[in-house]
Design a protein around this ligand. Structure first.
Ligand code: FES
Length: 98
């Protein structure tokens, strides 16, 4: 039953869910820095949502794409081999979308 109820989120969530992989491979390759960029640009850390309800950040365990660490997912899109600049570009792309 717990897993059933765990699917409900009491907090409002953004239109775009940014999942930042914090698994070992991504951690070693700088996932912390990627999370920092998201926090700097959007002002959200783990389980936080922007005031305009556009973005929610979530720090997650390995999402199975270690070969392209560090990795984030935005909804169904996967972005790997991230640098600070590439992360910025991904954020900007979604900021420009409705
Ligand atoms: S550790 Fe990040 S995808 Fe596996």
């Amino acid at each position: 039953m717990l897993t059933f109820y765990a699917q409900f989120h009491m907090e409002p969530r953004g239109k775009y869910i940014i999942r930042v992989c914090m698994g070992t491979a991504c951690h070693v390759k700088g996932a912390g820095r990627i999370a920092d960029v998201i926090k700097e640009r959007l002002g959200v850390g783990h389980a936080e949502t922007t005031e305009d309800l556009k973005f929610t950040a979530e720090y997650v365990a390995c999402i199975g794409a270690c070969g392209m660490a560090p990795v984030i997912m935005v909804n169904d899109g996967t972005y790997g081999s991230l640098t600070v600049q590439k992360t910025d570009e991904v954020i900007q792309k979604y900021q420009q979308m409705d």
